[in-house]
Design a protein around this ligand. Structure first.
Ligand SMILES: NC(=O)c1ccc[n+]([C@@H]2O[C@H](COP(=O)([O-])OP(=O)(O)OC[C@H]3O[C@@H](n4cnc5c(N)ncnc54)[C@H](O)[C@@H]3O)[C@@H](O)[C@H]2O)c1
Length: 308
């Protein structure tokens, strides 16, 4: 198949392109390099790399069978730095990706997020939970534009019969995350490797469920091929506190870094755990890589980066 991936030079997008390319598909990779790098996705036959901003109308010559819309900065640091670009990627970008899918008769999967659940009042979070978000908070450029992208995807399906899926991805980590990304796993690994104190926000008792990138990529591809049209959670339902994550990182790196507490981020969700019942039933999805194994795999890349 001929497959368009937006956000292809980023963390998730580049792993997704690698998996699709390995399966023998031709890839049209789009990215504006705002948070990604083409180094993540080296040139090769069967891969076309286009440096474009998908908030502007996008054109592709020839047939397109599938579109994955993954373009969007995704870390709280980016939400503070470039909130308008974040909102644009998930509104105008989603609009353009959906129009391209409509024009080409392609199935599209929209990358949404567990952030649509906000600071959830229900745990674990099933797809049927509507969420608890702040429309004008520090994360709203992301949460609310992702919610809009879901609504727009549903509108295209209703009005034009578009073949579209929505994946709500929970915290995912792995090689190629930026060291200065601001998300917990790369930040903790980076500090541990530098033997610097590990900054845990607030009391550290807030929870997250961390999924290794290979598990999520496999689930995203399975969702694409399933034809499923409603939102679907993907991630890992092994829930840990942020303090437990810091301890796991210390163990994985053999670091002697102490843990220090820093002020909690405003609107930081207290808990986050996917209900994966639907993904298991629909796709036979099962996260296979636990935190210890996943951290070790991520670490091997981190050490390479630090040495360079
Ligand atoms: N990693 C996670 O834990 C996670 C969780 C939930 C959802 N997601 C979603 O998955 C997608 C990828 O996230 P990631 O973690 O790989 O982040 P990332 O920052 O590594 O990748 C995002 C990519 O999109 C590109 N991009 C941003 N705006 C663009 C635009 N307007 N036009 C073209 N390219 C643009 C960036 O340059 C980057 O390469 C995002 O949509 C994100 O919201 C990720």
């Amino acid at each position: 198949m001929r497959i368009v991936v937006t956000g292809a030079a980023g963390f998730l997008g580049s792993h997704l392109c690698d998996a699709l390319h390995l399966a023998g598909h031709e890839i049209v990779a789009m990215d504006n390099l705002s948070t990604g790098r083409w180094d993540n996705l080296p040139a090769r036959p069967g891969l076309t790399r286009l440096t474009v901003d998908v908030a502007n109308p996008i054109y592709v010559e020839g047939k397109v069978d599938r579109i994955f819309h993954f373009a969007s900065p995704a870390s709280p640091r980016d939400f503070a730095r470039v909130p308008v670009a974040v909102a644009a990627a998930n509104s105008l970008g989603a609009w353009n990706a959906l129009h391209l899918a409509k024009e080409k008769g392609a199935r599209i999967v929209m990358a949404s997020t567990s952030e649509v659940y906000g600071d959830p009042l229900v745990s674990p979070q099933p797809e049927s939970y509507w969420g608890n978000t702040n429309p004008v908070g520090p994360r709203s450029c992301y949460d609310e534009s992702k919610r809009f992208s879901e609504a727009l995807t549903r509108a295209f399906a209703l009005q034009y019969g578009s073949d579209a899926g929505i994946v709500r991805i929970f915290n995912t980590y792995g090689p190629r995350m930026r060291r200065d990304d601001g998300r917990a796993v790369p930040t903790f690994l980076d500090h541990a490797l530098r033997r610097e104190p590990i900054p845990v926000q607030g009391d550290g008792l807030q929870t997250r469920s961390f999924a290794y990138v290979a598990d999520v990529v496999a689930g995203v591809i399975a969702l694409m091929e399933s034809g499923y049209a409603s939102p679907l959670n993907l991630g890992n339902d092994e829930e840990v506190t942020i303090l437990e994550l810091a301890e796991a990182v210390i163990q994985a790196t053999g670091s002697e870094s102490p843990i220090v507490h820093v002020p909690a981020a405003p609107d930081d969700p207290r808990q986050r755990k996917p209900d994966l019942t639907l993904a298991r039933r629909l796709l036979g999805y099962e996260p296979r890589i636990g935190l210890r194994e996943g951290l070790a795999a991520t670490l091997s890349q981190r050490e390479g980066q630090l040495a360079s």
